[in-house]
Every structure is written in C-alpha cells, then in structure tokens.
Design a protein around this ligand. Structure first.
Ligand SMILES: Cc1ncc(COP(=O)(O)O)c(C=O)c1O
Length: 374
C-alpha cells in the first residue's frame, strides 16, 4: 500500500549529482552569463535534432516572438493559432502587432484541425503556428502542402515535443522554425529556457544577433558593432549546464516516459470510462504529458488531488479568456467544439523518469476506483 503521506507529483525534473556538479563548475568558473556552456548546449541540441541551427533563448515564448520577428510578421498580418494551447502561442502574435486567428483542433489528437486552418487562410495570412501538443508530432506532410499552396510560413510551437518524431525524423526539422520550451514541465529543463531550431542560415544569424542586443558578426576598432535593434534573450551558462547534462541522458529519459505511457494505456485500457488521445499516423509521441479523456474529469481530478496525486487539466481554450476576446487583434474562425471537448475532458496524469511501477499502480488504482472496475 502507498503510504498516506507520500505524494505523487505530476513531474519531477532530472536533477542529479552530475547536474549539480556541472552547475557548480560554472559557478566556480566565474563565467555566469551566456558563453561556452550555452554554445555546447546548443550544439548538443542541434546534433540530437539533426538540424542545422539551434539557438538557446530565455523561453519558448521569447523564441516564438523572435521567430515571428525574423519572418517580418507584424501589423496588418494574420497568424493562425489553434484555440487549444497555452496562451504563449497566441500572445506572441499580438506582441509583434499581428492579428491572432483562432481555429479549432481535432479532439482525437488535440492538434490543430488542418482543414479549419486551411479555410482560415486569407491574403493577409503570413504564418501558422501549429502546436505539437503534449509530445504528439504534427502531420508535417499536410502542413508542407499548405505552405506550398498558400505561401505561408510554418512556425512550430514545439514547446512540448522534444524527442517526438515524424516518419523517423525528429521534430525540429520540418517547420520553417520550431521552438522548444525548457520549462520544468518538460523533461529536459533548465528551469526557464527555450531553444529555436531552423535549417535556414540567414534566419539563424539574425536570431543570434537579435538575442545579443543586435550584435553583428564583425568588429570595428572598439570591438562590437551593433547592426540592428536587438534585445537580451540569452540563456546563461548556469542554466545551460543543467540542460547539457540532461541532453546526455535524453534517450534513456525518453524511453522511460514511453514505457510508463504504454503501461498506463495497457493497465487502463479495460476501463470503458477512459479514452486516450491518438498519436498522428507516422508519428512517434514523446509523451511530454500522459493524457486521458474522462467524462467527469473535474470530480476525478479533485478527488485524486485530495489523495496526494498531482493531476492537471491539459491546457486552455484560449477563446474563453478575456485576453482573446474577438476584436481588432483577435478573430475566431469556425466552431471550436474540439477545443472545448479537450478543455473539459483531458486530464494529465503523473509521469516522470523516477516514477516507480508502484506509484503508477497507485494512480491507476485510484482512477479505477472511481469506476468500480478491477
Ligand atoms: C504549448 C506551449 N507553448 C508555449 C509555452 C510557453 O513556454 P515557456 O514557458 O518556455 O515560454 C508552453 C508552456 O508550457 C506550452 O505548453
């Protein structure tokens, strides 16, 4: 039996003695801002994804904002965003002065409804920000077709999708620009942080310069030349050290998540009240979150929490929030029934590399207890 006091967290970051030692090395070195450790982290990320450029930034949100800026998206432009996502996906569109166009998701995959997105394209549409939500890769064949047909950019919000694959290729290669989050809900985490990936050299150079106050690659008599207006979205050596050690162990961390996710499915599959989201055909899910659908989600969520099992809703239906009230800066196209379904029924279960089968069994037992099934 699980001890009454033992809590089961939603996620637990991978912070080992090896991570702590590497962080201490950075602290001892005195080089705390972005530097060689950040560059090594970018290299490890790039090699893992198999893309040409990886640029470390302060968060996925700042990375997405930069992606829109490098593509010259701003006032007068429209950007299509799924309604079911974290607000950051849409916030960045408003931050650069463009119009947010919200469309529905497919409730089976919780990913953008490609037909709805295509129907929402107008002369003003510059880009689409599809989200590989919860580690589920997108249908990039469909997105690339849309890009070719309508001449729009694909900026992927890959906040949750590190390690996911589509037809054997890692997420981070398919979109024009993809941006990952390194927030602690993600299994590679630097506390706060993000990583932009692209195969486009000019964009990569601009992104690198922009996050470094607009610094150019050449120097003059005084040293640095500032070629453009920029900002400071750099990721410090201290944070990069955490990510760098975690990247060494990414395969084993990912394998553990996949094993535990499969086990949830196997042990819950007889329970008729529980259904599971579908993975995109041809895709390999990285299971950033272990999601299930439940009819009476809230009752079960509060009951599990009361028993010390940390569970969470999936994410948000943006149109329900005042920030995304339709108006000049935001438009809703079509029905949003898929988004509302996911918002009301998706529950995220605990999943982390150290999770024991015993802890997972406890979650399953509590869940099943609600349906009086064995
Ligand atoms: C889909 C999605 N996009 C963007 C973000 C924002 O990421 P960050 O906190 O790194 O800015 C999140 C955060 O959880 C997210 O889930």
């Amino acid at each position: 039996m699980r001890s009454k006091k033992k809590k089961i967290p939603l996620i637990r970051p991978y912070i080992t003695d090896e991570v702590k030692a590497r962080v201490c090395e950075v602290l001892d070195s005195g080089y705390l801002t972005e530097g060689l450790v950040t560059a090594a982290f970018e290299d490890a990320f790039r090699a893992y994804i198999g893309c040409k450029h990886a640029i470390a930034v302060t968060s996925c949100t700042t990375g997405l904002e930069m992606a829109l800026r490098v593509l010259n998206i701003g006032p007068g432009d429209e950007v299509i965003v799924p309604d079911y996502t974290y607000p950051a996906t849409a916030d960045v569109v408003a931050l650069v002065g463009a119009k947010i166009v919200l469309v529905d998701i497919n409730p089976a995959t919780m990913l953008i409804d490609y037909d709805a997105a295509e129907q929402a394209i107008t002369k003003r549409t510059k880009a689409i920000i599809p989200v590989s939500l919860f580690g589920n890769p997108l249908d990039y064949d469909r997105l690339v077709e849309m890009k070719a047909h309508h001449g729009i950019y694909i900026v992927e919000d890959a906040a949750c999708a590190l390690g996911a694959e589509y037809h054997g290729k890692k997420v981070g290669n398919q979109a024009d620009i993809a941006v990952f989050s390194l927030h602690p809900r993600k299994f590679i985490t630097t506390g706060e942080g993000g990583m932009i990936t692209t195969n486009h050299a000019e964009w990569a150079a601009w992104l690198n310069s922009f996050k470094h106050f607009g610094m150019g690659s050449h120097t003059n008599r005084e040293g640095t030349v500032f070629e453009r207006i920029g900002t400071n979205y750099k990721l410090s050596n201290i944070l990069a050290a955490i990510g760098l050690v975690q990247m060494k162990h990414i395969d084993e961390l990912l394998e553990r998540r996949r094993t535990l996710s499969r086990r949830y499915r196997e042990l819950l599959k007889g329970c008729k009240a529980i259904t599971f989201p579908e993975t995109t055909p041809g895709g390999s899910n990285s299971y950033q979150s272990a999601c299930i659908f439940l009819e009476n989600r809230d009752t079960i969520m509060y009951s599990l929490r009361a028993k010390g099992i940390e569970v969470q809703i999936g994410t948000y239906s943006l149109h329900l929030h005042p920030a995304f009230t339709p108006g000049e800066g935001c438009e809703i196209k079509g029905m949003l029934s898929g988004s509302l379904f996911a918002y009301e029924h998706c529950l995220v279960l605990p999943l982390y590399h150290e999770m024991t089968e015993e802890d997972q069994d406890a979650v399953i037992r509590e869940l099943r207890g609600h349906f009086q099934e064995k």
